[in-house]
Every structure is written in structure tokens, then in C-alpha cells.
Design a protein around this ligand. Sequence first.
Ligand code: GDG
Length: 470
Amino acid sequence: MNAAQASGGRLVVVSNRVAMPREVATGGLASAMRAALAERGGLWFGWSGKVTERPQMHRSHEGGIDYVTIDLDRADYCDYYAGFANRALWPLFHYRPDLVDYQRSHLEGYLRVNRLFAQKLAKLLRPDDVLWVHDYHLIPLAAMLRELGVRNRIGFFLHIPLPAAELLIVLPRHRELLGTLASYDLVGLHTVRDLRALENYFLHEIGGAMRPGGRLRAPDGRVFQAGVFPISIDTAAVAQAARDSVKLPAVQQLKESVQDRALIIGVDRLDYSKGLPQRFAAFAQLLEETPELRQQVIYLQIAPPSRSDVPEYRNLRRELERAAGHINGKYATPDWVPIRYVNQSFPHEVLSGYYRAARVGLVTPLRDGMNLVAKEYVASQNPEDPGVLVLSRFAGAAQELGDTLLVNPADLTEVTEALVRALSMSLRERKARWRAMMDVLEKHDLTAWRESFLEALYATRLVQAPSPAQ
Ligand code: GDG
């Protein structure tokens, strides 16, 4: 039994979107949270995903988990989600200040929705509940809960990078927003680089101080713990799914269509942080400079569209359609098309089969908090004949998967060279690199991530006072 279970209280997970029981869980996070909540009973609170004129609250109970979701009205959705969260925080935190579209009304909507979440949630809390809040949509939530008298332990995990202070200060009213992190008991980040950025920002912009044991003290005396918790995948389950995928028709069809050519795979939400235009350009350079590889390689890029109501995402989609069309037009032959560009999502089992069929996993985000695709690609490989991961240095995963080929995605020649090297790497070297990475992933899987965060949250302090919020 871990510390969290021993405490007896419920776990309350709060995230922008709630993965409802019958919803196909996209990404590892949803299944990790479901497992944690089911283990000890708990509540998952967040937005229903519905935008309506008359927002309502929905409650259900399934598999030992209470689900409470609220709808948003159109203005809240536009200001909070499509506006401040995805047009200010997302680009800025991914080192794209040029794409930040800050509007005061968006920030106000963001604060309004966080306050709405806090008011609804406070009424549902019990004194011994432990709260785990997720991601950049909900940064000020703890401060707002505290204002309502909530004294429970509250942890926060940021799934995206925390950029250097020089970038954070670009955001108007940044102190007001980021200073609220001190209302959490624990703030978790993916990498040491993110943690250093937080410490630096708190010291120099908020006027805080470092305390022993990785704690930070805000000017008002509030002390919180900050730590590094690299998220991971359910390694054993992904590996099993990949082994079982051999019999799936979709996987067999892909293999038959590829024949004995080498498959390069990329799987990314259609997002400018993922470096897709640069990746397409690097692949074009590979074909241009290495004519002997033409006909021999196929690059499959799976890119399900996301956030299509944000203009930058629509522009990116058009740009990639043009680039793929251009490259295929230039290099394709009647019996071979170099890029298969697919704006569609696939079931997880099929994806792991695709990963296993690919000789190279090409994961080259310009910035990424972690990047689970890199980990899934490694876990899906056949131990007897593993493929090679080409990974951006700017993905959090690069901190743990140092045994792969690391590249700077902006350096097209470096990416091209890494592809040539990956395609010609000996079985012996592929096996050695894969084994080293798989050892990391077997030790640090999704359960280890979740448990280490909850252990650290429990270790922050003992809360005896009841929550007066009810
Ligand atoms: C954020 C951070 C951080 C993708 N296509 C399909 C599909 N996926 C799944 C992948 C993977 C997940 O979505 C994507 O996770 P990533 O980590 O790669 O990227 P983000 O969506 O940007 O996630 C990131 C993560 O949060 C967790 O903290 O690592 O840095 O940006 O699991 O497999 N899943 C299915 N079909 C698809 O077509 N079923």
C-alpha cells in the first residue's frame, strides 16, 4: 500500500477535459488517471467538452469513480480554451512568442472559468480529499480554491514545458497568474530544465526564495514543493499490444503495402510545436541528397487534426498539405509514393502495430513537454529486430532516452544524417540501444510516475484542519 492509499481520502483529479468511461482514452494520461481513481475511489472533475447556451453540470458514477463535468457557454469556450489557453499560454510555453495572441478579454475568460471550476468543485470536496490538478488550463485553480477556504492538499502537474523567465515575462500580468502556483502544495514538471526555469522565475520575478529540499517560498510566506516527475507510458501494456497487433488486418495491410521498403513513422497531433514542416523538409532533403534511397523508403505521417478552431492550426494544415503534395509530386513514381500523410486517428492497438512495423520512429518536435509517442515507439519494438528512434533534443523524453539518435529539428542536415544512420544501423547496435531505453521505460512506467507524484504530494504536509468550504 502506498502513502496515498494509506491516507484513506479520495483522490480528486481536475483537468480541462474529463475522459468519460465510454470515451476512447486518447493518450496515456486518461488511463493513468482512471487507474488511480479506481484504485482508491475518487472524483474526476472538469469540462464536459460541450459548448451550450445553458451550461449544466453532469454527474455519473462508474467503475468506482465519480464523474462531475460542467458545460461551457460559447464566450467561456472562446476566451478560456480557444483564447487564453491555446493562443497565449500554449504558444508561449512552447517558445513561440511570435504566435501569442494575447487579449485581455481572453485572460478574463480564463480567470472566469477557473473561478467557476473552483466554486463548483469546492462544494463537492471532503476534508480529507487530495486534489491533483492538471495542466496549463488550470494554473490559478488552487489559489481560487484557497480563497474559498479549501485547505486540502493540492498538487499540480504541468504537461507542457515551462519556458525560461525571459519568455514568461512577455505575458501581460504574468506575476498575477504564475505567482498563484505557490497556492499548490506540490508543482510537478517533466524535466530538470523546466524545474530550473520555475525556480529562476520565482526567484527573480516573483521575489521568492529557495528553501531546503527543493521547496520554494513566495514573498507572502507560502511555501510549496517543486519537483521533476517525467510522465511515462504503460510500458508492459504497449509492448503487449504491439506483440498482439501482428494479427490485426490494418497492420497486415500496411506491411503488405510497404513490402520490403523501410518505413519511417511519425505520429503527432497536428500542432506547430511538433515540427512537422521541418520534418517534411528534412525528408525531402534526404530524397534529394540520397537518390539511392528513393523507392527504398516510405514516410508515414499520422497527424490527427486538433484545435481546428484556432487559426494557426488551420494554417499549419494547409502548409503541410502543400508540402506533402509538393514532395510527392516531385519524387513519386507510378509505383511508389514517398510520403503517406494521414489526417486521421487510429486505435491504440493499431498504432502500436504501425510503430513495430517501422524501421525508424521520427519524433522531432521543436518543443515538447515529454512526448509519449517517442516512448510508445520504443516500447512497441520487436526485441529481436528493433527499429531506431530519431528524437528531438527539445522533447522532454530526450532527457531519459539518451541512447537514441538525438537531433536538433531545425538542422535539416542533422536530421537527414540521423535518418541515413538509422536506416543503415547494424542489428547489434539497434538491439543495444533499444535495450538500454527499454530498461528505462520498464523501470519508469506510468504507474511509477503516478505513484511518485502522489507520494511526494503526501509528503508535503499533514492537513488536519477540515475544509470550511462546504
Ligand atoms: C501533451 C504534451 C506530453 C496520437 N495520435 C493518435 C493517438 N495519439 C496519442 C499518442 C500519445 C498521445 O496521443 C500524444 O501524446 P504526446 O505526449 O506525444 O503529445 P501531446 O498530445 O502534445 O501531449 C506532451 C503529454 O501531454 C503528456 O504529459 O508528453 O509533451 O504536449 O499517447 O499515442 N492515439 C490514438 N490514435 C491516434 O491516431 N489512439
